[in-house]
Design a protein around this ligand. Structure first.
Ligand code: MOS
Length: 742
């Protein structure tokens, strides 16, 4: 294996005039240098699976021409025997540019904004009901403010990293990705290789948060480099390169208008969001996505606008849309509550949405009132004094704030395989992945329950694109999508075992019907007489059967916009799963649930207490309470961890995180964790994470909705609102750093 190091552009726009690789090429250990002049041609991807692709226009395909569209763009890859040799040689590559004037300031280029055709996943970029434009001026009480959020970076602990190698026409990737299936399809497309010849493996991912949901140039570059030098190549982005060569959350400018009557009943909501994308691709931060659904209001207008800049394309970042959108909306509601001299919880209860008024659908399950109540009790909301600055603790001003959290309950089609072996253990295979959320753990529990086996007899295998295709780890959907598929595959295997026993005269279950048999105690038993049954090992051993194998596909989606899935190729695991699922009662029952009348969302309430140093403006979150209504909790430990992680993301977003660009040239200034600040242990509040733990009766037989992203939503607003309660200063520009408070 050789090591690849990327050489990046030092300008934000222009053309490469001259690339001098002579000295670098002679440097110790160098085995090859790849530039646009000797790299293989890539194919423009024709289709991309969800989560797999983000190459909207040909010019983002790396090393295909001399053009530079953003600071830090990959312009060469140096391969050497050791990482250090590659790193040193990369520093010797000399580049001359024909520099052009880049466009990089969102505020200054706001007049160049346009309304894109569609947003994330084909969603509409304008959503309206009633007539907000007329209702707004007629409202008795009005709040109209602009809220801004900077560029944020995901900063996963593990960088983007790939090892790739070719074996003839076959190419294998060991990649850090949130979608082995999507990555496989995209790489096949771009490299012009049939999908069967591409394998993507990602056994453990050290954090993604959305940054590894799309593929960035580093992944395909590794395969291109491997082809060039005919050796396996390992290529890891440096922390600095992660700020320029992979995704980020778009900067936003959000205008929120709220109109209400004197009692606080909302009559108009306007939410105009402006975000930015690159010149080579179109990604729209869906900041207004939750606004039409979150409160009861007859007149709503939400519109998304976009400005093109010379920066790398943004991408989803933990709670794409809701993270920044709920910040603006929920701070605006707090401002309205103050104007009305009303308790912010009361204002939300008064405008509680009993149904999704935009889609005119009932919620599949919603217990938000209980979240508000429990959250208020847990933070000690009665200790809050509405008058800013009135609660003090020595030198510190104490403030309380709250906000609503929300995220869609996504579920999409998934396939899985369950195999029961004659030695009594079982294996599960699914081409989904564990991005650090506990997917292995939760799926082991799901399989153990369905198979009647103890968890130490279950081996869950994920993160390999050759397994049956599962959901990508995006949109908080894996547990809700893959869980039911694994359950169905397991129940399919149980059914096969039951059939075998029923037809086996030596079995204690001989002659019984499959539907009277269930899984328990390491095998199958009679439902009506649980002492009658036998272990899988006994049954399979006696029948000389090495294993029972079942595939299942659950084809359920809770999303509005659905790309028509490509038919599964004949003989593929997905096609076999579709076939077997026709006779799988678990799949049939799950798919027969009528989901059309329902809107699927999770909800929660965030409450925080902050103390602000009266002289220095330094903010500390003392206590943070989240009460989440996310369906049935599969594992309290991993669920709590997810919500807490999201809340920590929210603390960073509210108080410290910001990617700064040089106003003179559009280059990233904060390119490491010394300058881009993320919350550390010393910043942690006392956490109190609670769940309603009510199963969602419509999402799946597991009743579980996703939990990966909702924890951040509401958090930045709750902190912001608490800071106002403490200080009387309303900061509408994130992050709320001390310079904005003193
Ligand atoms: Mo998530 S930001 O949808 O990977």
């Amino acid at each position: 294996m050789v090591y690849g190091v990327i050489v990046v552009s030092t300008i934000a726009k222009g053309r490469i005039k001259n690339l001098d690789t002579l000295r670098a090429g002679r440097s110790n250990g160098v085995v090859g240098i790849m530039t646009y002049k000797n790299s293989m041609s890539l194919h423009f991807p024709q289709s991309s699976d969800p989560g797999g692709g983000k190459y909207g226009e040909k010019d983002l395909l790396p090393l295909q021409n001399d053009r530079v569209f953003y600071d830090g763009q990959a312009i060469a890859v140096v391969m050497a025997e050791t990482f250090e040799q590659a790193e040193y040689a990369a520093s010797l590559v000399k580049v001359d540019y024909d520099e052009e004037k880049p466009v990089y300031d969102l505020e200054k280029n706001k007049e160049n904004s346009y309304k894109p055709m569609s947003g994330l996943g084909g969603s509409p970029t304008q959503v309206s009901r009633g007539d907000a434009a007329s209702a707004m001026p007629a409202a008795q009480v009005k709040q109209e403010q602009t809220y801004t959020t900077p560029v944020f970076h995901h900063n996963a602990m593990e960088p983007h990293a790939t090892t790739a190698f070719w074996n003839g026409e076959e190419v294998t990737f060991y990649d850090s990705t949130q979608s082995v299936a999507g990555s496989k399809s995209l790489m096949a497309n771009m490299l012009g290789v049939v999908p069967d010849k591409v394998k993507v493996v990602s056994l453990f991912i050290g954090g993604g948060f959305g940054s590894k949901g799309f593929s960035w140039p580093n992944t395909v570059l590794t395969a291109m480099a491997s082809k060039l030098v005919n050796r396996p190549v390992k290529l890891v982005l440096s922390r600095q390169q992660m700020f320029t060569n992979a995704g980020r959350r778009s900067q936003t400018i959000q205008k929120v208008g709220l109109g209400a009557d004197s009692t606080g009943k909302l009559s108009a909501i306007q939410h105009e969001t402006t975000s930015e994308s690159s010149f080579v691709d179109e990604f729209v931060e869906p900041a207004g996505v939750a606004t039409p659904m979150l409160y009861s209001c007859p007149n709503v207008d939400v519109v998304a606008k976009l400005v093109r800049l010379n920066k790398i394309t943004p991408c989803p970042m933990r709670a794409p849309g809701e993270a920044v959108g709920t910040y603006a909306l929920e701070v605006a509601l707090d401002e309205l509550a103050y104007q009305l001299k009303m308790d912010p919880v009361q204002l939300r209860l008064l405008n509680y949405a009993d149904m999704d008024e935009q889609k005119k659908k009932q919620f599949s399950s919603k217990n938000l009132k209980e979240c508000y109540q429990r959250g208020a009790d847990s933070i000690g909301w009665t200790a809050r004094n509405a008058t800013p600055g009135s609660v003090k603790d020595g030198n510190f001003l104490i403030g309380y704030g709250m906000a609503t959290a929300t995220y869609p309950a996504n579920r999409s089609a998934s396939t899985a395989k369950a195999t029961i072996f004659a030695d009594g253990h079982a294996e599960i295979e699914c081409a989904t992945q564990d991005i650090g959320t506990g997917t292995y753990t939760v799926m082991t529990q799901v399989a153990a329950d369905a198979l009647g086996l103890p968890i130490d007899k279950i081996k869950v295998k994920l993160g390999d694109s050759s397994y049956p295709k599962g959901a990508n780890s995006g949109g908080s959907q894996v547990t809700a999508s893959v869980g039911p598929a694994i359950r169905a595959a397991c129940l399919g295997a149980v059914n096969m075992a039951a059939k075998m026993a029923a037809g086996d005269s030596a079995s204690p279950l001989h002659g019984y019907k499959e539907e009277d048999i269930t899984a328990a105690n390491g095998g199958i038993i009679l439902k009506s007489n649980t002492s009658r049954g036998e272990r899988y090992a006994t049954l399979l051993g006696r029948n000389n059967t090495p294993k029972i194998e079942a595939l299942a596909k659950t084809n359920v989606s809770t999303r509005d916009q659905q790309a028509e899935p490509a038919p599964a190729p004949r003989g593929s695991p997905e096609a076999k799963a579709e076939d077997q699922s026709k006779n799988n009662p678990a799949v049939q029952q799950d798919e027969q649930v009528d989901r059309k009348p329902y809107a699927f969302h999770s909800f929660g309430a965030q409450f925080v207490r902050v103390s602000v140093d009266a002289q220095l403006g330094k903010v500390k979150v003392d206590k943070a309470v989240a009460v989440m209504d996310v369906g049935k909790i599969q594992n309290l430990k991993t669920a709590t961890n997810q919500i807490m992680g999201g809340m920590i993301f929210g603390i960073g977003m509210a108080l410290m995180e910001e990617t700064a660009y040089d106003p003179n040239n559009g280059r990233v200034v904060t390119r490491d964790l010394a300058q881009y600040l993320v919350p550390v242990n010393a910043d942690m509040p006392e956490f109190d994470v609670q769940f309603i733990d009510e199963p969602d009766p419509y999402i799946s037989p597991l009743g579980a909705r996703g939990i990966g992203e909702i924890g951040i939503t509401g958090m930045a607003a709750a902190i912001n609102n608490a800071i106002f309660n403490a200080t009387g200063k309303r900061v509408r520009d994130l992050p709320v750093t001390l310079d904005k408070l003193i």
